[in-house]
Design a protein around this ligand. Structure first.
Ligand SMILES: [Zn+2]
Length: 118
């Protein structure tokens, strides 16, 4: 999360006429395995932006669900939150359709950062 804030602050510095921070909106999309929970991510954001030009900004947060693709039966679908331990480096889950153990892909990184203002 620190890296995300650093990135946004660097982007903000490039803006010629920086807007008032209360009109700033940070649009952030992160993978479900990259964060503990939405609430924890919002709390971390609020702590990290204190005293920065982003202090009054709004966080528009989207958690991207991890998708399971089963090699055995071709099932594709989002995984419910908590189905995978985020600390597990190569998590495996059982396919909800055929029960085959399938590696989980994606969901780890920051998938999009965007700075908006009015
Ligand atoms: Zn399957």
């Amino acid at each position: 999360m620190e890296q995300v804030i650093a990135h946004i602050l660097a982007e903000l510095k490039k803006v010629e006429n920086p807007p008032d921070d209360s009109s700033l909106e940070v649009v952030l999309r992160v993978g479900a395995l990259a964060v503990h929970s939405e609430a924890a991510t919002r709390t971390a954001y609020e702590v990290l932006v204190k005293g920065t030009p982003l202090a009054q900004s709004r966080l528009n947060l989207t958690i991207e669900l991890v998708t399971l693709t089963c090699a055995s039966c071709g099932y594709q679908g989002p995984l419910p939150q908590g189905a995978v331990d985020p600390h597990d480096q190569s998590p495996l889950v059982e396919c909800p359709r055929c029960g085959a153990v399938t590696p989980v892909q994606g969901g780890r990184g920051v998938e999009g950062i965007e700075l908006r203002w009015e």
